[in-house]
Structure formats: C-alpha cells, structure tokens
Design a binder for this molecule. Structure first.
Ligand SMILES: Nc1ncnc2c1ncn2[C@@H]1O[C@H](COP(=O)(O)OP(=O)(O)O[C@H]2O[C@H](CO)[C@@H](O)[C@H](O)[C@H]2O)[C@@H](O)[C@H]1O
Ligand SMILES: [Mg+2]
Length: 222
C-alpha cells in the first residue's frame, strides 16, 4: 500500500505539535514530578452513510504506531538516546504495520473556528462529504492519553448520503496528508470493532458501540 523509504529517527528538540515539560509538586506531603507533553486538542467524527448503510472511516500511516512496532522488533533503534542521531533503520518493517483505521479527525489549531466548524472541515478534507454544523450531533468528549498529553477529544456524529459527497477526500496533499477513505458495512461493524487484526483507535470501537445503542434501533427496517 504505502511506500515508506529513507527512514531516520532523531531526538525531537523543538516541534510545532508537541512540547515536553516536567511538573514538580507536593501531593499530600510527598514530593513528586510528572513528565508530560503539551499538544493540541482534537475533534473526531463518526460518519454514517445512509445511502449505503456503512460507516466511513479513514486509514493512514501513523509514524508513532510504526515506531512502536519497530521498538518491539528492533529495540536497538532506541538505544544510545544521547547520540545526536540514532542508527538508520536497516531492513525496516513494512509500512503496513503502522497503518491504522481511525475516525475522521483533526487537531484543534484554528483559534477563530468552533469545534463544530473544524469537524465539518475535516469531514470534507478527509472524507469528501459536505456537512454543515447543523448536521453534527455532539456525542461526548473525553481525555485521550491521560498519562502523557491529557488532551481533550470531542466526538461528533454525522449522517451523510451519496448526494453529499463532493470529492474522494483523502486529506490535504499540501500538508502531506495521505488518507484512504474506507467504508465499513453496518452489518460487519461490530465484528470489525473487535477484530484485533485491524489496528484501530478506541474512538472507532466506542463510537460503533454508541451507534448500535443509540442509532441502530431507530433505523428504518429494510
Ligand atoms: N506530531 C506531528 N508531527 C508532524 N506533523 C504533525 C504532527 N501532528 C500533526 N501534524 C501535521 O498536522 C496535520 C494534522 O492533521 P489532523 O488535523 O487531521 O490531525 P490528526 O488526525 O493527525 O490527529 C488528530 O486526531 C487523532 C486521531 O483521533 C488524535 O489521536 C490526535 O490527537 C489528533 O491530533 C498532519 O497531517 C500533519 O501535517
Ligand atoms: Mg486527521
């Protein structure tokens, strides 16, 4: 699927996306510290296509996931952390080990826009469906990564149909996004949710369950 080449890892000393800090504090008299990362909040959207009775999710190469698999198979890559650059990756694993199924999602990095407006932009850019903020139903929000980032993700639900599709989606090529839009038929969705051979986020599993509890019972009988 993906051709990932010329891999090289190095320590990250400054980033637009995350900043590491250490908070020291005293809790009930005991001195402690905790290392954490400042990063953006995010939105994600469960999309259900009523014309085709399927969920619309995205699939993309995630470097962080890929490197977890590398560490599992080639732990030496992360040794000698103080060296300027870590050894280059010889015989890298196939890119597919870093590809995950996810809900359409995006970071909240546009100060002038509401969460709903950012969600609509992501649905259009990543999946090619034109939805308005009135088409969105807020499901809930939760903390993703409480140990390291503590950031909040807000989850929305959007029903779409084939007439709302304006393009194939796929993300913004100018930002280097390469996203594959994937349809999961409703009838196969719970099997998919628990099938560990399809690597996925918890957002996918949780939102499919939410749909089965809250939306599926009200769908017109076919
Ligand atoms: N660490 C990084 N290094 C380099 N470039 C980066 C980067 N983070 C973002 N970018 C750049 O910014 C773009 C952001 O894309 P999106 O807004 O779609 O967020 P994404 O879906 O990746 O993550 C959102 O959605 C996922 C899935 O829910 C959440 O896990 C996540 O916290 C949330 O930000 C990326 O395509 C990339 O160009
Ligand atoms: Mg995204």
């Amino acid at each position: 699927m993906e051709a990932i080449e010329e891999l090289a890892v190095q320590p990250c000393t400054s980033s637009l996306y995350l900043r590491p800090f250490r908070l020291s504090y005293r809790q009930n008299g005991t001195k402690k510290f905790w290392d954490f990362m400042r990063t953006h909040d995010s939105v994600s959207i469960l999309i259900f296509n009523t014309s085709r009775q399927c969920f619309v999710v995205v699939k993309q190469f995630r470097p962080a996931v890929y490197m977890c698999e590398i560490e599992r198979h080639q732990p030496q890559v992360f040794e000698n952390q103080d060296k300027e650059s870590l050894p280059s990756l010889e015989n890298p694993l196939p890119a597919v080990v870093g590809v995950t199924y996810e809900l359409c999602a995006g970071i909240v990095d546009k100060p002038g826009l509401s969460l709903e407006e950012i969600a609509c932009e992501e649905v259009l850019e990543e999946c090619g469906y034109r939805v308005s903020t009135a088409d969105l139903r807020r499901i809930t929000s939760y903390r993703s990564g409480v140990g390291v980032t503590g950031s909040r993700q807000t989850l929305f639900y959007a029903e779409v149909n084939d007439q709302m599709r304006t393009s194939g989606g796929g993300g913004q090529p100018e930002e280097g996004e390469l996203i594959e839009v994937v349809e999961i038929p409703l009838g196969e969705s719970m099997k998919f949710a628990y099938d560990e051979t399809f690597p996925k986020t918890m957002g996918v599993i949780f939102s499919f369950m939410w749909f089965h509890n809250n939306i599926a019972p009200k769908l017109p009988k076919k």
